[in-house]
Design a protein around this ligand. Structure first.
Ligand code: MG
Length: 383
């Protein structure tokens, strides 16, 4: 145990400091460490459970914890960190993710920059398992970014000063709790309100009794009647709502196309799509898409989704699950290129294991560190 801790600590320190100075120019010389060497990639992982500060209630149910799996890909003394988060509605859990990761043999690769080979191999192991795949993809990005000495927003060419404000989620609750949560969220420039139950108007009126901060609404498929949905969207439009996420069931394609055509507010697809291959299904049905690393299968797929959606003129938001700062900071690397961000999953938990993304004046702030930009906290080494 002690030696593992020391190894992890050493890897974390290296990742956090010494590697920062590595220059991209190393790519053109022989100085970039480790490419096509005899060194091999190693994957390690550990189940964990993130604890919510408040009971989290959506149209689909309530919960107080979310299972996650933390991954590490090691190479040449450097460690890349990743995470899988498994909210119950996506069908993955500790067992499915561990079972999947047990089948991933990264020792067959000795070049961490061969993303196509490595992630195509990972993808081919089994269909689905998007969170499990994301945990490998994120750790690989972290590792490669550290080897290059650059954060991913820079590798992709995004401007980190152009990150959006993040919304802060207010779950469905009693008016007293909603008032308390709204007051807690006073530092945020956008509130995300979960609707889809009988209390919808009361939720909005309760929040509006406290603040005029712009609101985005996530119905989580909760509205079943398109005429009522349209009426409700008009009512919300008059109350400073900016967009509507997944108002109707994902299967209600015709109703959604009808609603989007008439809606005064942009409609965003969340549950209606998973990865890059699904954008065609929601184009013309919704105005935009909510991309999440755990749905897409990681940063690479999410980046592709942004390009595809933009080329179709669609709005893009990037969201997250209830998860630690590891996966949320990975998602933040993409945030300069989206219209809206919903990157508050780490803020809703009280046992985070990483230092990473910060929210300053409501705005997503990406750490100036290579890779995905996270450093494990002391508790990480106690796991
Ligand atoms: Mg949503």
């Amino acid at each position: 145990m002690e030696s593992r801790r020391n190894f992890l600590r050493k890897a974390g320190l290296l990742a956090g400091s010494a590697i920062i100075g590595t220059k991209l120019s190393g790519l053109y010389g022989k100085s970039l460490p480790g490419i096509r060497s005899s060194k091999k990639l190693t994957l390690r992982f550990k189940p964990f459970e993130v604890r919510l500060k408040h009971v989290f209630t959506l149209a689909a149910g309530s919960r107080t914890t979310t299972p996650v799996v933390l991954t590490e890909i090691g190479y040449d003394g450097i460690t890349g960190y990743g995470e899988a988060s498994m909210p119950p509605y996506l069908g993955e859990n500790h067992d499915t993710v561990i079972n999947f990761l047990n089948k991933v043999d990264l020792s067959r690769f000795n070049d961490p920059f061969l993303f196509d080979d490595i992630l195509t191999y990972t993808d081919s192991i089994a269909p689905g398992n998007y969170a499990a795949k994301a945990s490998v993809d994120i750790a690989l990005h972290d590792l490669a970014g550290k080897l290059l000495g650059q954060p991913w927003y820079r590798i992709w060419g995004f401007n980190s000063s152009e990150t959006p404000y993040t919304s802060y989620t207010i779950g469905i609750d009693t008016p007293d709790v909603v008032r308390e949560k709204t007051r807690e969220a006073s530092g945020y420039r956008m509130l995300k309100v979960k609707l889809g139950l009988d209390s919808d108007k009361e939720m909005i009126e309760t929040i509006r009794s406290i603040t005029n901060t712009p609101i985005c609404v996530d119905v989580n498929q909760g509205w079943k009647d398109r005429e009522k949905a349209l009426e409700m969207i008009h009512w919300l439009d008059e109350r400073g709502v900016v967009f509507i996420e997944q108002p109707m069931p994902k299967e209600a394609v015709e109703d959604m196309a009808w609603l989007t055509e008439r809606s005064p507010l942009p409609t965003m697809a969340d549950e209606a799509l998973q990865g890059p291959a699904d954008i065609g299904k929601v184009y013309g049905v919704y105005d935009g898409i909510n991309i999440k690393l755990m749905k897409a299968g990681g940063m690479r797929a999410a980046h592709k989704m942004i390009s595809t959606a933009r080329s179709l003129g669609m709005k893009v938001m990037i969201g997250c699950m209830i998860e630690s700062s590891c996966a949320v900071t990975a998602a933040a690397q993409l945030s300069p290129s989206v219209d809206w961000a919903d990157l508050d999953g780490n803020l809703l938990i009280n046992n985070d294991l990483f230092d990473g993304i910060r929210i300053r004046d409501g705005k997503v702030t990406i750490p100036e560190r290579p890779g995905i930009g996270v450093i494990p906290l002391e508790d990480y080494y106690q796991l």
